[in-house]
Design a protein around this ligand. Structure first.
Ligand code: AP5
Ligand code: MG
Length: 217
């Protein structure tokens, strides 16, 4: 199974991808997570991306295109993947098409999660992430465990992503509309979008996602 998750920041792409990728036994490939990991390891790519990410801007296409190409070459990606946060503009969409055709592969589904901006701001403002296990929580909708529940052992180390500051959230929403909006229209005009209402609860979105994938298979 080869899937792309599209949608605005905070809509729940990562939350839904975690569970679905586990179920389908395919890797969840998030370009944002790869960049944050590179930053955590202090690599040149990570350090160069930090300023752009903190400001809510996109990292240059050439950087993410290479990251994805390298990730696809890893062993666990041989039987499929769930791409989250890539492609993010028309040029990245064209790069993905080129890479897939060079590998003789096709996409099974492009899932688009919709939600209004007020709710996205509420979700991003309340998001918390564990530094150790990478799990995502929300102070209101998915509270972090109280004690001793980290899948890496011991307590989760809860923190707020630096790009979840108010200014960066608003910038990311702007960038989403200007850069990713045309890509969504492109997939829609090709009749390739599986649309899911991302404004419902986490569980309801999960149910709708699986039903929509089943219908379009
Ligand atoms: P990235 O990490 O991809 O961030 P994003 O696209 O802004 O999306 P988010 O991760 O913020 O949102 P999400 O949809 O995953 O929501 P989540 O499930 O966490 O990218 C970060 C940065 O990296 C970019 O700004 C850019 O600089 C760079 N980058 C990455 N990819 C790039 C690319 N291809 N090209 C160039 N640059 C790139 O949920 C959000 C919160 O809501 C959580 O707290 C969660 O618990 C909660 N929640 C989730 N679902 C629900 C629900 N249904 N109801 C209530 N709460 C919910
Ligand atoms: Mg995410």
């Amino acid at each position: 199974m080869r899937l792309v998750f599209l949608g605005p920041p905070g809509v729940g792409k990562g939350t839904q991808a975690e569970g679905l990728a586990r179920e389908l036994q395919i890797p969840h490939i998030s370009t944002g997570a790869i960049l944050r990991d590179a930053l955590g390891r202090g690599t040149a790519t990570g350090l160069a991306a930090k300023k752009l990410m903190d400001a809510g801007d996109l990292v240059p296409d050439a950087v993410v295109v290479d990251l994805v190409e390298d990730r696809f070459a890893e062993q666990d990606a041989a039987s499929g993947w769930l791409l989250d946060g890539y492609p993010r503009n028309l040029d990245q969409g064209a790069a993905l098409d080129g890479l897939l055709s060079s590998l003789n592969l096709t996409l099974d589904h492009v899932v688009f999660f919709e939600c209004d901006s007020a709710e996205l701001v509420r979700r991003l403002g309340g998001r918390r992430v564990c530094r150790k296990c990478g799990s995502t929580f929300h102070i209101e909708f998915a509270p972090p465990p109280q004690s001793g529940d980290c899948s890496e052992g011991g307590e989760c180390e809860i923190h707020q992503r630096s790009d979840d500051a108010e200014d960066a959230i608003l910038k990311r929403l702007d960038v989403y509309h200007s850069e990713t909006g045309p890509l969504v229209d492109h997939f829609r005009s090709q009749g390739r979008l599986v649309v899911v209402d991302g404004s419902q609860s986490i569980d309801q979105v999960g149910v709708q996602l699986r039903a929509a994938l089943e219908r379009s298979s």
